[in-house]
Design a protein around this ligand. Structure first.
Ligand SMILES: NC(=O)c1ccc[n+]([C@@H]2O[C@H](COP(=O)([O-])OP(=O)(O)OC[C@H]3O[C@@H](n4cnc5c(N)ncnc54)[C@H](OP(=O)(O)O)[C@@H]3O)[C@@H](O)[C@H]2O)c1
Length: 331
């Protein structure tokens, strides 16, 4: 198994650890946290012992583990991933991997020059259900007439924001907002299924902290449009859809996809059988570990190509709406 260090001790890291245990792909050996107490509590909660804890990031990266999983607030991904690569670690970084295209290009170049892997953890594109969507889209490629992707979920941290607190994901300091959170999944949908759009336009509903609480995004392709609805300040139960003239592929959600249907012109709706793991991070853990173990450069470069385009689309969308992050100031 590949030895793994982690940065971030919240629920998503716990879920990733469950995934690596279930898939027997990586083995947790090192934890970085800002406080020893928090790291120890995290390890107690997940029933792990004999794991090395560091509260000094430089010391952490000098340890002898192979790959780091970074699940810190978005704006910290770049400096932490950069430090990891400089210390010859492979990097699995939560989405969005960076706040700007400039940051992404630096990591991309550095990872290649150091000969380590850089993975953006866009979990859903690795799941069997997404592979099924790719299969259907590829079979009906010439009939595609557009798509609508929706992912809008009232954030568990929005109440704290409304109460006057400053949760990281609702700040420009940490590159928060709907687009750079749930929006990442839906942009991945479009980029993996249809490639790079020709034009991008984002219309956000900006909240007082300066980030987009919700918004609608249009990606223009040569023959069709993809419309995206995202949000962290309300709940939507809308399906997502991919159009093939009179026929429609229906996804129950744009980022957390659990069910697929095919609808024809007469409203006959047929269920498309698919497989869904109870932990949506299992599939990415397996893919990343296989690439590292087999040194599978072809699959890797393909994933990196998606990540480059997604990061570009996110920045184009943000720029089109005048949304500014602290990370935009060159450091
Ligand atoms: N793939 C998915 O399904 C999924 C789901 C949720 C989130 N995510 C991604 O995971 C990342 C983390 O999201 P989250 O909601 O867990 O973030 P978060 O709770 O704000 O922070 C995550 C961790 O980062 C550290 N941290 C928090 N504030 C910090 C600060 N001011 N300075 C330095 N470190 C800080 C904390 O660890 P310590 O206290 O131990 O240092 C915390 O456990 C984001 O990039 C998000 O997009 C992905």
């Amino acid at each position: 198994m590949i030895s793994l260090g982690i940065i971030g001790t919240s629920g998503i890291t716990e879920q990733f650890i469950k995934a690596i245990d279930e898939t027997e792909t990586f083995s947790l050996t090192n934890v970085y946290s800002r406080t020893e107490t928090k790291a120890q509590k995290f390890l107690d909660d997940i029933n792990k012992s004999d794991i090395q804890i560091d509260t000094d990031m430089d010391k952490f990266f000098q340890r002898n583990f192979d790959t780091v999983y970074i699940a810190s607030p978005n704006a910290l991904h770049f400096p932490e991933a950069k430090k990891a690569i400089e210390n010859n670690k492979n990097v699995i970084v939560e989405k969005p991997s960076t706040s700007t295209v400039r940051e992404f290009s630096i990591l991309d170049e550095l990872a290649h020059s150091k000969g380590v892997y850089l993975f953006e953890a866009a979990r859903h594109i690795h799941e069997p259900i997404f592979k099924k969507i790719q299969e259907v889209v590829s079979k009906h490629q010439k009939d595609i007439t557009g798509a609508t992707f929706s992912y809008m979920k009232y954030s568990s941290r929005y109440d704290a924001y409304l109460a006057g607190q400053n949760p990281n994901i609702f700040t420009t300091k940490f590159s928060g907002g709907a687009l750079y959170d749930l929006g990442v999944y839906t942009v991945y949908d479009a980029v993996v299924l249809f490639g790079q759009p020709e034009r991008v336009q984002y219309t956000p509903e900006i909240i007082e902290s300066g980030i987009d609480g919700s918004g609608s995004l249009t990606l223009k392709y040569s023959d069709f449009d993809v419309n995206i609805i995202i949000g962290k300040t309300k709940n939507s139960y809308m399906s997502s859809e991919i159009y093939f003239g009179k026929d429609t592929l229906i996804l129950d959600n744009g980022g957390d996809i659990n069910h697929l249907d095919w609808a024809d012109d007469n409203r006959n709706i047929t269920d498309i059988p698919t497989v869904k793991s109870s932990n949506p991070m299992d599939a990415e853990a397996k893919v990343f570990a296989k690439i590292i173990t087999e040194n599978d450069k072809e699959t890797y470069e393909n994933l990196l190509k998606y990540a480059r385009i997604v990061n570009k689309v996110l920045e184009q969308a943000r720029t089109s709406a005048g949304l500014v992050f602290d990370a935009d100031e060159e450091k």
